[in-house]
Ligand binder design. Structure first.
Ligand code: SF4
Ligand code: SF4
Length: 382
């Protein structure tokens, strides 16, 4: 990156060095490729379950914490959001990734038949929103098919984009393509400063992200147009809870516009859930016990009614149905009458009222202001 323009000092609008932008950011490597025990979901669950969390002062069993707060059992309501995780392939390998995604995960990619089954499910569920995620969902060959077919069915479509993928040569025109269709682009950007973002996402990630934001702005995103909404997602770099979403949004808007000349519409702040690569970081850095105690001690009953698992059906690359993307990564499928369910033979009547599958990782969603795909929960996720 020696020849890249430093985005901290460059004048707003200065074009960065494009050749340097197209190399993938240098993050970590997937747990799977390093053959670490924590690559296995069962080992992750066991690691959380064996912690003694008595010092946290509240119930360390999630269902009990929910019940004692007067919310009863956690059950699903009508499906409002069909979340489709099209696979674990990604051009990045961020240190906090809850998917353990990376360039080595190309085998776990949704095929056309499963994508078509998702659309049949959408027809029957009538969900208002289709949320496309990954990995980098744009790398799936069925991405544009899913966008177009979901829009044809009247759904609002969200593309969970890592920004840097927009710099790959084959995706150069993607911002304009998404803008023409009114797709909401929800982009991960850990921080508005280079050092903090690169620490999580790899050297060079910030420079590439700023260039991608410029391209989205040029396509009409980030200017308050409800048909071209640009949302940024931030999560803390360390073993702390997400900060106040509204305060951060104002700071970020000022900083990104002043330093880099880029705009966005809204910011959502998420807690890191203690799974996958973030769990590995917690364990190896000696922060696991304290972070789990923080999550349990910060349980906020006001967040329970807005938990995304109550209104989401999350489909994995192989069609298996989960209550959320985090359960997907822990291989905890939704509980159907005969065990796991698959979108290819979905009985939609089995979804509403099902008991949500939970674990200690769930405390990440209820800590502090709460956390969901739509942002903090106390503020209604905005
Ligand atoms: S956090 Fe997102 S961009 Fe980073 S490796 Fe995971 S899926 Fe890819
Ligand atoms: S991790 Fe998933 S199942 Fe658990 S509370 Fe969060 S959204 Fe619900």
């Amino acid at each position: 990156m020696t020849d890249a323009i430093d985005p901290q000092t460059a004048a707003p609008g200065t074009p960065p060095n494009l050749a340097s932008l197209e190399a993938g950011p240098k993050g970590t490597a997937s747990l799977r490729s390093r053959r670490l025990p924590l690559a296995e979901p069962a080992v992750q669950i066991e690691t959380l379950d064996r912690l003694d969390l008595a010092a946290a002062g509240g119930p360390s069993d999630f269902d009990r914490a929910v019940a004692e707060s007067g919310c009863g059992l956690l059950r699903a309501g009508p499906v409002e959001i069909l979340q489709i995780n099209v696979g674990k392939l990604c051009n990045m390998t961020c240190r906090h990734c809850h998917v353990d995604a990376g360039p080595d995960r190309g085998a776990e990619t949704m095929d056309r038949a499963t994508a078509e089954a998702c659309l049949r499910a959408l027809d029957r569920l009538g969900a208002g929103t289709v949320d496309l995620t990954g990995g980098a969902p744009e790398l799936n060959p069925n991405f544009r098919f899913l966008v177009d077919e979901s829009i044809a069915r009247g759904a609002h479509v969200i593309d969970r984009c890592n920004l840097t993928v927009l710099l790959l040569p084959r995706h150069r025109e993607l911002p304009g393509w998404l803008a023409e269709r009114g797709v909401e682009v929800v982009c991960s950007l850990p921080h508005h400063r280079q050092r903090n973002t690169d620490a999580q996402r790899g050297d060079g990630a910030f420079v590439k992200s700023i260039e991608a934001l410029r391209r989205l702005n040029a396509a009409g995103y980030g200017a308050g147009d409800p048909e071209r909404v640009l949302t940024l997602v931030t999560n803390p770099a360390g073993a702390v809870l997400a900060g106040d979403q509204c305060t951060m949004e104002n700071d970020w808007k000022r900083s990104l516009e002043r330093s880099h000349g880029v705009r966005f519409d809204r910011l959502i702040a998420l807690n890191n859930l203690p799974i996958s690569r973030f769990l590995d970081w917690l364990a190896t850095s000696g922060n696991l016990q304290a972070y789990m105690e923080l999550l349990v001690a910060s349980f906020n009953p006001a967040t329970v009614s807005g938990l995304m698992c109550r209104s989401t059906m999350s489909v994995a690359w192989d069609g298996t149905i989960y209550d959320c993307d985090f359960n997907q990564m822990l291989e905890l499928p939704s509980a159907g009458p005969n065990g796991a369910m698959n979108v290819r033979d979905l009985d939609v009547g089995m979804l509403e009222g099902r008991r949500i599958v939970t674990g200690r990782h769930c405390f990440g969603c209820t800590a502090g202001a709460g956390s969901s795909c739509g942002g903090s929960l106390e503020s209604g996720g905005r």
